[in-house]
Write a protein that binds this ligand. Structure first.
Ligand code: SF4
Ligand code: SF4
Length: 301
C-alpha cells in the first residue's frame, strides 16, 4: 500500500486544490484530510457522511459542587487559569469553584491537591471524526473543537482509520491532505510515512516554508516531490526554489501555471482537473503522471 502526504509548509499554496485533483486522477484511492483544525478537502469533494465518532483526546477536570468547600486551593494552583469562583451554592458555601472545560489542559494538579476530593478527571471530547463517501473514494476527515489540544493525536487517528478503510476495501493508495505549517500535526502526519508531495509558490515565504518542510521530511526519512504552483508569476524565483529543493534531495515533480480555472473550480466545489481547457488541470495531470510512474511498479495503477 502506498501513502502520499501532500504538504505545503503553510496555508494558501493550493495544496488542497492539488489533493482534490489527484483524488480525481488516481485509481480507487482512499482519501484522508489531516488538516483537523480547518478541514477543507470536504468543501471540494462534497462527501456523503457514512459514520461519525467522538474524538476523546485526553482528560479534563470537573468540580463536584456538593463537595467543594471553596478553599480556593485549586484556583491558586491551576497554571492555565481554568478555574473560576462562579460555581453554584451547595448549601454550605454561597459560591463554589468551577472549571472552564475549554481552558482546562487536564494536567490533574487540582485533582491531586483538593483535600475534599471534590475534583474528578473525566474524558474530554475534543472533536469528531468522520468516514464519508466521495465520488473518488472513501474520505476520512475530522473536526477538532476550537481551542482544543491533542490535534496530533487526531491526525494519527485519521491516518490509522484511512489505512483500515484501505485494507478493508482492497485499495492500494492513500492520498493525505496534510496540515499546514510544520507543527505537531505535520509531525504526526509525517511519522511513519514514506512519500510526500510539497506544494509551494515562487515567493520568499514559499521558499522559506519549503526549506523547513523538506528538512523536516529529511529528518523522518521521507522522500519528497516538489511542485511549484503559480510558477509563471515569478520564473526566476521558481528556478531558484527548484535548485534549492533539488539540493535538499527532493525530486521536482511539476509546475502548475496560474490560471483562473483554479478559482472557477474552487467556486464550483470541484477539482480543477474536471474542467475542460485548463492549463492548470493539464499541468496537474502531468504532475500525477510523474508521481505515478515513480511509484514501485504494480503498487498503484
Ligand atoms: S480545592 Fe477542592 S474544595 Fe478547594 S475550592 Fe477547589 S474544588 Fe473546592
Ligand atoms: S486539570 Fe490542570 S488545567 Fe485543568 S483545571 Fe485542574 S489544574 Fe487547571
Amino acid at each position: 500500500m502506498e501513502e502520499i502526504l501532500i504538504l505545503s509548509g503553510k496555508g494558501g499554496t493550493g495544496k488542497t486544490s492539488v489533493t482534490a485533483s489527484l483524488a480525481a486522477l488516481a485509481d480507487r484511492p482512499v482519501l484522508a484530510d489531516c488538516d483537523v483544525d480547518a478541514s477543507s478537502l470536504p468543501l471540494i469533494l462534497k462527501p456523503r457522511l457514512r459514520r461519525q465518532e467522538t474524538f476523546i483526546g485526553g482528560l479534563r477536570a470537573r468540580i463536584q459542587p456538593g463537595h467543594c468547600v471553596a478553599c480556593g486551593k485549586c484556583k491558586e494552583l491551576c497554571r492555565f487559569d481554568a478555574i473560576f469562583f462562579d460555581g453554584p451554592s451547595n448549601g454550605q458555601v454561597p459560591r463554589t469553584f468551577r472549571v472552564d472545560p475549554s481552558a482546562c489542559e487536564g494536567c490533574g494538579v487540582c485533582e491531586y491537591f483538593c483535600a475534599e476530593r471534590a475534583i474528578e478527571l473525566i474524558p474530554a471530547e475534543n472533536g469528531r471524526w468522520f468516514v464519508s463517501d466521495t465520488r473518488f473514494g472513501p474520505l476520512i476527515h475530522a473536526r477538532l473543537r476550537p481551542g482544543q489540544g491533542n490535534s496530533g493525536k487526531l491526525v494519527t487517528l485519521v491516518r490509522r482509520q484511512a489505512r483500515l478503510v484501505a485494507e478493508a476495501s482492497g485499495r492500494q493508495l492513500i492520498l493525505i491532505d496534510g496540515p499546514p505549517g510544520i507543527g505537531c500535526t505535520t509531525i504526526a502526519a509525517l511519522t511513519g510515512t514514506t512519500r510526500m508531495l510539497v506544494v509551494t509558490e515562487p515567493t520568499p515565504s514559499g521558499e522559506h516554508d519549503l526549506e523547513r518542510v523538506l528538512e523536516l521530511g529529511r529528518h523522518f526519512g521521507v522522500h519528497a516531490w516538489v511542485c511549484l504552483n503559480k510558477h509563471d508569476l515569478n520564473p526566476a524565483m521558481t528556478e531558484r526554489i527548484e535548485h534549492k529543493a533539488a539540493a535538499l534531495g527532493a525530486t521536482i515533480a511539476g509546475r502548475i501555471p496560474y490560471h483562473i480555472s483554479v478559482t472557477v473550480a474552487q467556486r464550483q466545489g470541484r477539482p480543477v482537473v474536471e474542467l475542460d481547457d485548463s492549463p492548470a488541470a493539464a499541468a496537474i495531470a502531468r504532475l500525477w503522471q510523474q508521481i505515478r510512474t515513480s511509484l514501485p511498479t504494480g503498487k498503484v495503477s
